[in-house]
Ligand binder design. Structure first.
Ligand SMILES: Nc1nc2c(ncn2[C@@H]2O[C@H](COP(=O)(O)OP(=O)(O)OP(=O)(O)O)[C@@H](O)[C@H]2O)c(=O)[nH]1
Ligand SMILES: [Mg+2]
Length: 393
């Protein structure tokens, strides 16, 4: 039952209608919290808050509007406050960071999440609430199954970025959603603990879907309309950087088989082509290429797993052990391996010049070159990870 109460947020200008349930602002006493992350959204934030309140009112539910000000340097926070939002300050930047803080402070049984740029219509709230009430833990909006108004999404996001990122996510995690990066979504408060969200950047959007799948939560989606930003509003999205953050996150949690099976196949076929063992005729260049690709895949997998253990799912004991291994062990071993391989390759190369091309030594030489490339790449990876380890420390 949602008895409606007219109340005024502390210190704010009286609002025509703020809907609260009886019993005060106790945890989960509200049907919905609309959480809006906000970084310098002066042109739109006040209207956005007003629309959020209008949506709550129209839906006839008890609710609150929470704006997480992410260190805005303009008047966003004051405007959000004036619009009647509860404003929370999170000075540490990042789309995910802003949401993590917002979700922590939200008091609703369900939480509707959406941008501060007026591109999403909070009036679509009833469809989300109804799906959440049917037991869905995460309700995703879908712009692709809904409508994308002219000028709302640049063509490279519409036809390249979003379909590829959603496609990869579905391939790796079978989430079945059609718009993994839609910013309008709802989560049930009682599912938050199982989601264990952590990402601080834009990859937070992927993380929610991936974690929901991993925790076997129920995911549903509803078509929504995506509108262009009004004039003066500036996107914070950096397509390439943010896209790569999504890719890195998705790959870091992907099952090992996605890397190791092709790596082993490439190594086996490459080895056979170089050495001439097996039915295919010797083809050193193709074989070397395959060996290098296989090695690179295996390393990428290792690197991503280490990145996950160090930065994404930090576990203190694991982190210090890895840090030790990365700073001392792996680098020393990697360095020595490179020196040994280069020396051996030089030696064999010299021998090969005196022998006929395509000889056993020639093939061995090619394999060693491949191994050297792989080891050099591994060492570069380790160095990069060492930096990650330091940053995560
Ligand atoms: N990108 C980004 N957004 C932030 C950050 N902190 C808060 N936000 C808010 O998060 C929301 C999403 O940012 P947008 O720039 O709209 O990103 P987007 O929706 O993926 O990109 P568009 O399609 O261009 O709107 C906005 O309401 C921002 O104000 C941050 O550090 N980075
Ligand atoms: Mg946006």
């Amino acid at each position: 039952m949602n008895a409606r109460l007219h109340a005024t947020p502390e210190g704010a200008t009286p609002l025509p209608m703020i809907l609260r349930e009886p019993g005060g602002p106790g945890a989960s006493s509200l049907d919905v919290s609309i959480v809006i992350p906000c970084l310098n959204e002066e042109p739109t934030i006040e209207r956005c808050v007003a629309e959020a309140w209008a949506a709550i009112e129209e839906a006839g539910v008890g609710g609150e509007v929470l704006v997480v000000d992410n260190g805005s340097t303009d008047a966003s926070a004051a405007l959000a406050h004036r619009g009647g939002a509860r404003v929370i300050h999170e000075p540490r930047r990042g789309y995910g960071r802003a949401y993590l803080t917002g979700l922590e402070h939200a008091r609703g049984r369900t939480i509707l999440m959406g941008d501060a740029d007026l591109t999403y219509d909070f009036r679509e709230l009833p469809a989300f609430i109804s799906l959440a009430r049917q037991g869905n833990d995460l309700v995703m909006g879908s712009r692709f199954r809904g409508r994308i108004l002219p000028g709302a999404m640049p063509w490279h996001h519409r036809y390249i970025g979003n379909p590829i990122l959603t496609g990869v996510l579905n391939l790796l995690y079978r989430s079945g959603v059609s718009d993994a990066h839609c910013g309008l979504r709802m989560v049930r408060a009682d599912a938050l603990e199982r989601l264990r969200l952590r990402s601080t950047g834009m990859e937070f959007a992927s993380e929610m879907v991936i974690r929901a799948r991993q925790a076997r939560l129920r995911i549903a989606e509803t078509p929504i309309t995506y509108a262009p930003r009004p004039g003066g509003s500036i996107s914070k999205l950096k397509s390439l950087r943010d896209g790569l953050r999504h890719v890195r996150y998705m790959l870091a949690y992907a099952a090992s088989g996605w890397f190791l099976v092709p790596a082993l196949l490439l190594a086996a076929v490459g080895g056979a082509l170089v050495t001439g063992v097996g039915p295919a005729p010797v083809s050193v260049p193709a074989g070397v290429l395959m060996l290098v690709a296989g090695g690179a895949l295996a390393q990428a997998h290792l690197g991503l797993r280490l990145y996950r253990a160090l930065a994404l799912d930090p576990n203190e004991r694991m982190r210090s052990a890895l840090r030790w291994a990365l700073t001392r062990g792996a680098l020393a071993v990697g360095g020595m391996a490179v020196i040994a391989e280069v020396a051996l390759a030089a030696l064999l190369g010299e021998t090969t010049r005196r022998l006929t091309i395509g000889s056993h030594h020639g093939r061995m030489f090619s394999m060693l070159v491949a191994l050297t490339i792989v080891t050099l790449a591994a060492t570069a990876w380790m160095a990069a990870l060492r930096r990650t380890a330091r940053a995560a420390a």
